[in-house]
Design a protein around this ligand. Structure first.
Ligand code: SF4
Length: 491
C-alpha cells in the first residue's frame, strides 16, 4: 500500500460558486486561507516517508466557479485524506467534503482536525459515521502516528490525542500534547506542498485576487496570552479546544529565516504575522526585527494589533519593513463594550496616536463587531458616522465593512454566557453545521444580547455593511482606499 496522505482545505459549501453568487446576489463568503499547521503537518509526514500534498478546495472553487466540487477533487488518490475543520466557518463544508471523499474513495481513511472538530469531537464522531478519526489538538506528531497506524506499523493505542473509529467503536486516546513543545522544530513554510501555491499566495481573507502582492502567513507562536470574550483563540478557547495550556513562542531566528525563505524562494512580498509582535514585549520585538533586518529583504508586514500600537514599536517596525499594515479592532463606539470583551483601549487613544500612525508608510484597517454585550441598535448605528470621522482624520485608514459576527463555539462568551450577559443560541456542532450551510446572514448569528435579538444583530450588521460600502461607492475617501490598495497590490 502506497504511503500517501492528502490534506484538503474545505470550501464553505459544496455548491458551485456560480450558483451561490446567483442565489445570494452578493455577500458570498469563501475562505481560501488555510490553517498554518497544514504545512508543518505535511512536512512532518514527508520526513516520515509519506507522499503528501495540500489541496485547497476553497481556492479551486474560486478559480473554477462553474465546476462542482466532485470535479475539482476527482483523480485524487491517497490512503488517508485529512480535512481541516479549524474555524467554525467550515463546519458544513468540512463535513460535506469528508462525506464526499468517503463516498468517492471508500477504501481510504478520512480524518478531520482543528479547533472546531477538536472541541466537538464526541458529537461529530457520534453523528457522522463516515469520519474515521479526529485529531485532538495540535497534530504534527499525532497525525504521523495515525498514518503509521493505518499502515499497520503501530497499534491503535499508540496514537496519542486522537479519536479513532474502529468498526462500531470509537477509541479515544487523550495522550499528552506532543507537538506543544516542538514549535521550533517544525517547518511552516513548505509552500510548494500546496497545489496551486502561486495562486494561494494571491489570496486574502476575502478570496483570490490576481493583482494582490504574493503573501503568506508567518507563525510567531501558538496560543495567546489574552482572553478576548469573542475569540476562540485566547487562553480559555485554546484549552477548551484541547490545544494545550500554554502560549508557545517561536525563536526570532526561526521567524526571520522563514521570511527570508518566503521572499527569496517563493517571491513573497507581504507577510502576515499570526500575532501582534508588540504584545510579546519590547525585548522580543526588538530582537525579532533586528533578525529580520539582518536578512535584508524588502517586505511589507501585516498584523492585527492587540491594542493601539505605541510609537517606539511603530518606529522599530518602520525601520524593518518597507510598509506596515495594521488591523485595529475598535469593535464598538462605546468604550465599555470594548472593555467588556477584554480590549482595554479607547477610541480617544486611537485618535491621539495619529501623530505617529498617520504616516504614508502605514496602512490601517479598522474593524467593528456588531452584537457585543452592552451594544444597542442606536450605539451600533453610530459606527457609520464614526467610520467617516476616523477616515477623515486618518487618510491612511480604511474601515472594513462588518460581516456578521458568529459566536465562536469555544470563545469565553460561549463558554460562560451568563458572565457576559448573552444568550447562546447555538449549543452544539449540528447548530454550527446548519448555520454555515446557509447563505442568509441571520443564520450566521449564534447569540443574542439583552439589548439586541438575533434578528436585530443581523439587520443592523447588514445596515452598517451597506452604508459603509455606499460611502466607498459614492467615491468618498478615495485617497484612503487608493493608499490601502497600493500597499498590498502589485501596481
Ligand atoms: S482576539 Fe487576538 S488578542 Fe484576543 S484572545 Fe484572540 S488572538 Fe488573543
Amino acid at each position: 500500500m502506497k504511503k500517501s496522505f492528502i490534506f484538503l482545505h474545505p470550501p464553505v459549501t459544496l455548491r458551485k460558486l456560480s450558483e451561490e453568487l446567483n442565489k445570494a446576489k452578493g455577500n458570498v463568503s469563501e475562505y481560501p486561507l488555510v490553517p498554518m499547521g497544514l504545512f508543518s503537518m505535511a512536512s512532518r509526514l514527508e520526513e516520515e516517508g509519506f507522499e503528501t500534498k495540500i489541496v485547497n478546495v476553497s481556492l479551486l472553487k474560486l478559480l473554477n466557479p462553474e465546476k462542482k466540487v466532485e470535479e475539482l477533487i476527482e483523480g485524487l488518490d491517497a490512503t488517508i485524506f485529512g480535512v481541516d475543520l479549524h474555524w467554525f466557518t467550515h463546519s458544513y463544508g468540512a463535513i460535506e467534503l469528508a462525506k464526499l471523499l468517503k463516498f468517492l474513495k471508500n477504501d481510504s481513511k478520512v480524518v478531520i482536525g482543528g479547533y472546531t472538530s477538536s472541541f466537538f469531537y464526541e458529537e461529530i464522531m457520534k453523528k457522522f459515521k463516515f469520519i474515521d478519526g479526529i485529531a485532538l489538538g495540535l497534530a504534527e506528531e499525532s497525525i504521523v502516528k495515525y498514518a503509521k497506524y493505518v499502515h499497520k506499523e503501530i497499534n491503535v493505542n499508540e496514537v496519542p490525542s486522537f479519536a479513532i473509529r474502529e468498526g462500531d467503536k470509537t477509541i479515544v486516546n487523550y495522550g499528552k500534547y506532543e507537538s506543544e513543545n516542538k514549535i521550533n522544530e517544525y517547518n511552516f513554510v513548505r509552500v510548494e506542498k500546496m497545489d496551486n501555491w502561486r495562486e494561494y499566495l494571491k489570496c486574502g481573507p476575502a478570496g483570490y485576487d490576481s493583482s494582490r502582492k504574493p503573501s503568506f502567513w508567518v507563525l510567531l507562536g501558538r496560543g495567546c496570552m489574552r482572553n478576548c470574550g469573542y475569540c476562540g483563540g485566547g487562553i480559555e478557547g485554546f484549552k477548551a479546544a484541547r490545544m494545550g495550556n500554554l502560549l508557545h513562542l517561536r525563536e526570532a531566528e526561526k521567524i526571520s529565516e522563514d521570511i527570508d525563505i518566503l521572499s527569496s524562494k517563493y517571491g513573497v512580498k507581504l507577510i502576515n504575522f499570526s500575532h501582534d509582535p508588540e504584545a510579546f514585549g519590547e525585548k522580543y520585538y526588538k530582537k525579532l526585527f533586528e533578525n529580520i533586518r539582518g536578512k535584508k529583504q524588502d517586505i511589507v508586514a501585516y498584523w492585527d494589533s492587540f491594542g493601539i500600537p505605541k510609537k517606539e514599536f511603530v518606529d522599530e517596525a518602520l525601520k524593518t519593513f518597507s510598509n506596515i499594515i495594521v488591523g485595529i479592532s475598535l469593535e464598538s463606539t462605546l468604550d465599555e463594550v470594548r472593555f467588556k470583551v477584554g480590549r482595554k483601549y479607547t477610541i480617544e487613544e486611537f485618535i491621539k496616536a495619529r501623530d505617529y500612525l498617520n504616516d504614508k508608510r502605514i496602512g490601517i484597517d479598522i474593524y467593528w463587531t456588531i452584537g457585543l454585550p452592552g451594544e444597542t441598535e442606536e450605539s451600533a448605528l453610530k459606527i457609520i458616522s464614526k467610520s467617516s470621522d476616523l477616515m477623515r482624520l486618518y487618510k491612511n485608514a480604511v474601515v472594513i465593512p462588518p460581516f456578521p459576527y458568529t459566536l465562536d463555539p469555544n470563545a469565553p462568551m460561549a463558554l460562560n454566557p451568563e458572565q457576559y450577559g448573552i444568550k447562546k443560541l447555538y449549543k452544539n456542532f449540528e447548530d454550527y453545521y446548519k448555520a454555515t450551510s446557509s447563505l442568509k446572514w441571520i443564520d450566521w448569528v449564534a447569540h443574542e444580547t439583552k439589548n439586541m435579538s438575533k434578528k436585530k444583530i443581523a439587520e443592523v450588521t447588514e445596515k452598517i455593511y451597506r452604508a459603509i460600502n455606499e460611502i466607498y461607492e459614492a467615491g468618498l475617501f478615495r485617497e484612503n482606499v487608493e493608499h490601502r490598495y497600493r500597499l498590498d497590490h502589485e501596481l
